[in-house]
Design a protein around this ligand. Sequence first.
Ligand code: FES
Length: 138
Amino acid sequence: MALTRLTTVDEIPENGSYLFTVRESHGTEQEVILVKQPDCIEAWKNFCQHETDQRLDRGMGAAMRDGEIICPKHGSMFNACSGDCDNGKAEGLSLVPVDISVNRGVVYLTDDDCEYLHDGGIDDGDDGMPGSSSHLQF
Ligand code: FES
């Protein structure tokens, strides 16, 4: 199983998200957000379930409140740990999970369907520069 180091637990914002880009097994580039709550660290594909072209993190971190990720378009809130939504336009829908693991404070991408490409959003890869601020340390 592929194992790619993403970042450290300490570097994931408590209010916001760590954004990175992967290539899925069928070749599509996809953005993923990593979120941290007191009782979980999870990774979700960076789109709303109501309108799947709506990004949750537009490059400045997802809006979060009380453990919920807030969709910037219609305000549906998704539980950051379960991915589930019980309100608004996305009620009854759940975010799409990406497999990660945490070992000694380091977060690894372990999803067989996702190959790590770069830090930041899809567009951040075009100029060869990492997005916003690079959290990667080699
Ligand atoms: S696009 Fe997210 S709630 Fe409508």
